[in-house]
Design a protein around this ligand. Structure first.
Ligand SMILES: [Zn+2]
Length: 108
């Protein structure tokens, strides 16, 4: 019984055995030469062009918003964020200068 069981699993497999070494990313050939890795690349959604998710996980797509509208909404929100950062930058610089002056007056 056990011998038959062993023989069943010791049958010779068909085909060439796989290599134990995995190829490095630069060794994999694509259409135009060696393939580049996606390491360090932030993915962007194909539907709305927002970073950090793909179209499979796109909330705007799930809500039924068209691709053009979604792209417009994302672009507007990004512009608003940039505008807020620009407003904050001078205020931060002024506050840093005031902090330095305050510490300077304390030590003098
Ligand atoms: Zn998206």
């Amino acid at each position: 019984m056990t011998l038959r069981f062993c023989l069943q699993y010791m049958k010779k497999k068909v085909g060439r055995p796989p290599k134990s070494r995995r190829k490095q990313p630069f060794e994999v050939q694509g259409k135009n030469g060696a393939k580049l890795t996606k390491h360090g690349v932030i993915i962007h959604c194909k539907h709305c062009k927002a970073p950090h998710h793909n179209s499979g996980g796109c909330r705007l797509k799930k809500d039924g918003i068209s691709s053009e509208d979604a792209k417009r909404m994302v672009a507007e929100s990004q512009q608003a964020q940039l505008a807020n950062q620009r407003i904050d930058e001078p205020l931060n610089a002024i506050s840093q200068v005031l902090d330095k002056l305050f510490t300077f007056t304390l030590f003098c």
